[in-house]
Design a protein. Sequence first.
Length: 573
Amino acid sequence: MPENKKRDVQVVSLAEDTKVFRSRTWDRLKFEVEYSLQRGTTANSFLIEADKIALLDPPGESFTQNYLQSLQQRLKLSEIDYVILGHFNPNRGATLKALLELAPQLTFVCSNPAAIALRQVFETQELNIAVVRGEDTLDLGKGHALQFITTPTPRWPDSLLTYDPKTQILFTDKFYGAHTCGDQVFDEGWSIYSEDRRFYYDCLHASQAKQVISALDKIADLPVKFYATGHGPMVRYGLTELTHLYRKWSEEQNSKELTVALIYASAYGNTATLADALAKGITKAGAAVELINCEAAEPAEIQTAVEKCDGFIIGSPTLGGHAPTQIQTALGIVLSTASKNKLAGVFGSYGWSGEAVDLIESKLLDAGYKLGFESIRVKFKPTDVTLQQCKEIGIDFAQALKKAQRLRAPRQSASASQADRTAQAVGRIVGSLCVVSAKRGDVSSGMLASWVSQATFNPPGLTVAVAKDRAMESLTHSGDKFVLNILAEGKQLRKHFMKNFAPGEDRFAGVETKEAQNGCPILSDALAYLECTVENRMDCGDHWVVYAVVENGHLLQDAGVTAVHYRKTGSHY
């Protein structure tokens, strides 16, 4: 993080009559699951100054003061005619209230769900709202005839994209972004953002892939010079590649063999955050998620999803001691539609009591459904540790569905037998047994690893293969730090880390550790350890191959011999 530069607003001219106000922070702000990478972000807002003046997507309350000061240095706020909202959330409400006090004449332009939310936040205050339906337009003069495209998703039922034919800029709000912070406004050398953009997609959009494809279809024929994103750098140089990847990733999600219907409602956003974390875990484990926000979904949509899914999870807040009406309706559909052999789950957040979770759980158990995990009850806002636990629960839930599918699979064919012989040959590749231990903030994890190899002499570097459905995976992004604990022959540490840990369970309980210089746990009984920083990683099928630079290391046992992992097959560890 640059010195004395924690938050500011970077203002840059993008095109004729068009500026971007990039509210930047190198600190960690957490309002979405993908902030676990902790690389800061930019909240991008845009100003079009034609005959009429339009402001697009003012940032949340963390940036209100700096943002308004920056605006006032460049124009009179009383001259603003429109505020266009790609989506609305309560966090943005603080900035909008402050803006409305200084510019009471402005009109909000948004979709109908956003208009409803605006009126709830502003309560009795009278607002000027222009509700966008279909593909409406707004003529600002000087050739800026803005076109609006509604792109509702379960997470953002009010999602609205804005296209300016004069500048050929598509303002994409939640699409194509990345949570990174820096001075670079456009994505020159765009491949450096590949990991961040993929992680952003996986966290925000993988669970609503069907709606993403629908949105992509709506904008496919627009001539676009660049995407003006809600977060991160503008997408110009990597536009073609990223557009292709969004469709590819979404189609891959839709083609998964197993699907989990994740049905929820959220009063204050906390239950939605839990749903996001569960969805991230499920998709990490190779299953698809049909995310259903009951506040926007039609009963027929819920019924269809429940009929075709392999398992379902229901999440609810508790309001006045009860589940919201939308959840009660959804639960009724589930009970009358879902086969009793489908695995189920329940989660929810609450303020003073958690009766909604108990109600849903008891209804499902009484109807004969089996729960795939102990029901999740979270008071108020979930912590990082809770979110990590939810991701691990999602992974376990998807893995349980996969196991059930394998048990139902027919007997092997001749070609499968040949594949087994190939797997036996692959299994003769041996590797040293290590434990990778990592910690980021309050979240820590450890895993047994045998697919480890030295990769470079200068700088000293190594590679570790990490399965995508491992809890450790989320702690092995570029810039993350870990310790590679090389095990000595013997079974004690190996046996400890071979066991199946419950979601959120402390991997290091009962094991003697000390803290490395990089803050990660060192196993005191290891043969040696290496302190590493992740430099890069490559997507390789069901694993990530992580390349890390070794920054420090010590031999803990002079006479020990490295433990080696011998396998009979290459199809599993």
